[in-house]
Design a binder for this molecule. Structure first.
Ligand SMILES: Cc1cc2nc3c(=O)[nH]c(=O)nc-3n(C[C@H](O)[C@H](O)[C@H](O)COP(=O)(O)OP(=O)(O)OC[C@H]3O[C@@H](n4cnc5c(N)ncnc54)[C@H](O)[C@@H]3O)c2cc1C
Length: 503
């Protein structure tokens, strides 16, 4: 069988590499961005390898614009082999038992059984070089935040990747090798480069799925500006939580009324495509260094790499429905131009109730896509209340030494309290870089399900999805490792899935 995987990001690189390794199928991995070859070829741009901070090159340039709001903000997404795993923060976190139980429940089969799924996480950890750095490798800022959280009474987390562990202060595992961001292409594609059954089509931006009735037969788009197409027996979408629904919608797969409004001819009625968009809404507190922090950081960077991230605190708000519902974490170091310093604490809600969407829009005669996260818009106002609690908890933690001796809050500023915090969250909230759920697993297409529990698109032959978009609920964790693990699980069971009857 010829399998075309569209998107070489975390999900696509993992799926394609894992499937090609078996040698049973011909696998073509398509990527809109460039491929710089294997890690050992030394062709990669330095900033994409340097795991100290997040690079800004090779980005799709997407923005969020909520309906009725004139505020827009950047949605970072990498356009390069490895996708977002090639520019992300490398926090390697799995999620918790209830995440995967919810996916199985939504799909009506125990395919995501947490204990079995752990095998896929283990394989991903190995391929992506996941390991916990010694604490002394952490920057002074990360160490100060860790010590303040312990002083605030939070327990040390023995293992953030124990899927049954609750609150705690974690020294976060990272997928780095000697300071290199070890992306999914290095982990899963490099081992199969050169195999006869595997090929890469880089710089090929797919714009449409080719269809013959209910069967998807290939893809078409532009490669280096020239029209290009590929045919295959199976197309696996892995273009990410924005890209995968965009491709389906462009191809006429989606909600009939939405497609009609955007002037797209309906090919397949599947109302959930692009809906149910989730991420972890976040707010950022900014600090000014006082005391010795900058001097200590300069001394540290003479001996070791200063990573911007590393300490994550898991906390449980009064609104939590699970083991914990929030990450509070420190991010700081040199600004990208290396000329200044920045010190931040993020508060991110991991179990949001608000839902957004990716929507086709016809503007000035051409087709565009609106990305509307609509964070903190739930009618119960639970999301904003939980985040308000999170900001207060972050302030409680940062009121302890050594953090308090070294830093003071600048924005929103300690004068912002009570209702003013809620107002600030409403205006200033951002994302945690974890979009998911726009092609959700579920049983009933009329109720918004796009794929079945095995990632097969409802009502169509020859089309699967294997990226963060299939999570019916975003993980109570960062999303890179869970996305790789889910793609690994789908690839590893590919032949069995093909043979299974549809519900
Ligand atoms: C700045 C940043 C920091 C992050 N930090 C962390 C972190 O520390 N830990 C963590 O767990 N998660 C982190 N994440 C999130 C994590 O990286 C993502 O959840 C994960 O990479 C998503 O994988 P994916 O396969 O769904 O999508 P992606 O990795 O985005 O892959 C999609 C791929 O498809 C390609 N593509 C899209 N459309 C097309 C098309 N039409 N034709 C061809 N190719 C196409 C894209 O170029 C891309 O390569 C971060 C994300 C960002 C952006």
């Amino acid at each position: 069988m010829r399998v075309i995987v569209v998107g070489a990001g975390t999900g696509g690189a993992t799926f394609a590499g894992r499937l090609a390794k078996e040698g049973q199928h011909e696998v073509v991995l398509v990527e809109a961005g460039p491929d710089f070859g294997p890690f050992d070829g030394h062709g990669w741009p330095f900033e994409m390898l340097d795991s100290r901070r997040i690079p800004t090159t090779y980005d799709w340039g997407l923005e969020n614009q909520d309906p009725g709001s004139d505020r827009s903000y950047k949605l970072e997404r990498a356009k390069i082999m490895g996708g977002c795993s090639a520019h992300n923060g490398c926090a390697a976190v799995r999620g918790i038992r209830s995440d995967f139980e919810k996916w199985s429940k939504a799909g009506g089969a125990d395919f995501w059984n947490p204990d079995e799924f752990l095998e896929d996480f283990a394989a991903v950890d190995e391929a992506l070089n996941v390991r916990t750095l010694p604490f002394e490798e952490f920057s002074p800022y990360q160490q100060d935040f860790y010590h303040a959280a312990i002083a605030a009474g939070l327990p040390h987390s023995n293992n953030i990747n124990d899927i049954d562990e609750g609150i705690g202060v974690s020294i976060c595992p990272m997928n780095k090798k000697g300071g290199i961001r070890w992306n999914a292409a290095f982990g899963f594609v490099d081992p199969v480069r050169g195999q006869d059954n595997f090929s890469i089509e880089a710089n090929f931006e797919v714009t449409e799925l080719l269809m013959d009735g209910r069967r998807v037969t290939g893809v078409r788009g532009f490669k280096m500006g020239e029209a290009h197409k590929l045919s295959g027996d199976m197309v696996v979408l892995a273009s990410g939580a924005y890209g995968s629904p965009m491709l389906m919608l462009r191809s006429g797969i989606g909600d009939p009324a939405t497609l009609k409004e955007a002037g797209i001819e309906l090919r397949h009625d599947l109302p959930g495509v692009g809906r149910n968009l989730q991420d972890h809404p976040a707010v950022v507190l900014n600090y000014q260094a006082k005391g010795q922090l900058i001097g200590r950081t300069q001394a540290h960077e003479k001996l070791r790499l200063n990573y911007d991230e590393g300490t994550i605190v898991k906390v449980r708000s009064p609104f939590a429905r699970d083991l914990f519902d929030m990450h509070i974490f420190s991010v700081g170091g040199r600004t990208p131009d290396l000329a200044n310093w920045y010190w931040q604490v993020y508060v991110a809600l991991l179990t949001p109730l608000s839902r957004g969407q990716v929507r086709p829009v016809r503007k000035d005669g051409s087709l565009h896509f609106a990305i509307e996260h609509s964070h903190v818009t739930d009618l119960e106002r639970m999301d904003v209340q939980a985040l308000t609690w999170g900001v207060e908890e972050a302030r409680r933690i940062t009121s302890f030494a050594p953090f308090a001796t070294e830093l003071e809050e600048r924005t929103p500023g300690i004068g912002t309290k009570g209702q003013a915090i809620q107002d600030w969250i409403q205006i200033e909230h951002q994302h945690y870089y974890h979009p998911a759920s726009t092609c959700s697993i579920g049983r009933d297409p009329s109720a918004g399900a796009v794929v079945d529990v095995y990632g097969r698109v409802h009502g169509l032959e020859g089309l699967m999805v294997a990226d963060a978009s299939i999570m019916p609920y975003v993980t109570i964790a960062n999303t890179n490792i869970p996305t790789a693990a889910l793609a690994h699980r789908l690839a590893r069971n590919f032949d069995a899935i093909l043979g299974m009857n549809r519900a």
